[in-house]
Write a protein that binds this ligand. Structure first.
Ligand code: NAI
Ligand code: MG
Length: 329
């Protein structure tokens, strides 16, 4: 049992759609095992059913009080949003972008093998500034305006410099329009010449997908949406989407969400637990217990079981996880 000194964390769990539900459920199971075995922290999840199913019922993807609801938690663990029968602009703008911008989660951080990718997450090309004129006319016109403010740029650059300084190479690359093409080529041809990379919302959206593909599968790419001022709770999620093509087949790779959870633990101050979970995940991957996206034959459940077994083995304590009911929201 967790000791008296164990800190307790309240986490909002938003599994969302498709495999988001599968990978978040898997991650909660692993985190509960970690908490039980280590005994150094308690973690309580509150399930929040926002996403496209909620949209079909309520006409919106989230509760109107979304920001105040999330502010009651220490962090959010997010799965993915998107469904084949709901346009992406509704699911993306209605859920994720409704949280990231208003909560000022301005630093999107993606550790990827040897790189640290930092994406400006609150303005730029995704600022939501645009509209239509001459509706219905043949000359109907649409605009989408990119917003770059001094405050927005300065704070992400400061964050990026701080992050780069903490790494052994202490080397930061800034992606700009004129440098985005040679930079992209360098990621493929000369990857070791890069370390920390920072860029705008759109540039880094694209480049981080490339990084995930270079790492072997998007199924292992984690991300953090941070409010570095810590005024608002940060949100942690896998880079991938809801993957309709494999939903319900039991083969979704949960590793990206496990790694997102390690970032969450680290952010909350549970650095030792975070490192231990990374080690357990690495051991499982090295043992060849891999889902089909990594050319393995394991199911999602096999990977969860193997990571839970690793956690138990590392500390040689026998109790296997009891499935705690997750609180309903
Ligand atoms: P996707 O990331 O869902 O899938 C791309 C490909 O990667 C698919 O073949 C899928 O099977 C595979 N894949 C993704 N995650 C995997 C995992 N954990 N394990 C094994 N294979 C995995 O991207 P796609 O297909 O472009 O988008 C599907 C939906 O997800 C759309 O509605 C899209 O808008 C949404 N989406 C949501 C995101 C989010 O919630 N942050 C991010 C990206 C897409
Ligand atoms: Mg995601």
């Amino acid at each position: 049992m967790p000791g008296l000194q164990a800190k307790s964390y309240r986490i909002a769990s938003i599994p969302g759609d498709g495999i988001g539900i599968e990978v978040v459920e898997s991650t909660i199971e692993v985190l509960k095992q970690l908490s039980l075995t280590l005994g150094t922290f308690n973690i309580e999840f509150t399930h929040i059913p926002w996403g496209t199913v909620y949209y079909k019922e309520h006409g919106r993807c989230v509760d109107p009080d979304v920001l105040n609801i999330l502010r009651r938690f220490d962090a959010t663990l997010f799965g993915a949003v998107g469904a084949p029968d709901v346009p992406d602009y509704i699911s993306l703008w209605g859920l994720l972008l409704a949280i990231r911008g208003p909560l000022q989660l301005y630093a999107n951080v993606r550790p990827d093998i040897d790189w640290l990718l930092i994406r400006e997450n609150s303005e730029g090309e995704y600022a939501g500034q645009g509209g239509r004129s001459h509706l219905g006319q043949p000359w109907e016109t649409a605009t989408e305006v990119s917003i770059f403010t001094r405050v927005g740029i300065e704070r992400i650059m400061r964050f990026a410099f701080d992050a780069a300084r903490k790494r052994p190479k202490k080397f930061l690359t800034v992606v700009t329009k004129s440098k985005s093409k040679p930079m992209t080529v360098r990621m493929v041809n000369n990857p070791t010449s890069l370390d920390t990379i920072v860029g705008t919302n759109l540039h880094m959206d694209i480049l981080s997908d490339l990084a995930a593909a270079l790492a072997g599968s998007i199924g292992v790419a984690p991300s953090s949406n941070l409010d570095p001022t810590r005024k608002n709770p940060s949100l942690f999620e896998p880079v991938h989407g809801s993957a309709f093509d494999i939903t319900g087949k039991g083969v979704a790779n949960p590793v990206a969400t496990f790694l997102s959870a390690t970032e969450m633990l680290d952010w909350l101050g549970e650095k030792d637990a975070s490192k231990k979970l990374i080690t357990c995940g690495e051991n499982v991957c090295e043992a060849g217990i891999l889902t089909p996206d990594l050319h393995g034959t394991a199911s999602t459940k096999d990977v969860v079981q193997a990571v839970c077994d690793e956690i138990v083995d590392l500390y040689e304590r026998p109790p296997r996880v009891i499935r705690h009911p997750t609180k309903r929201f």
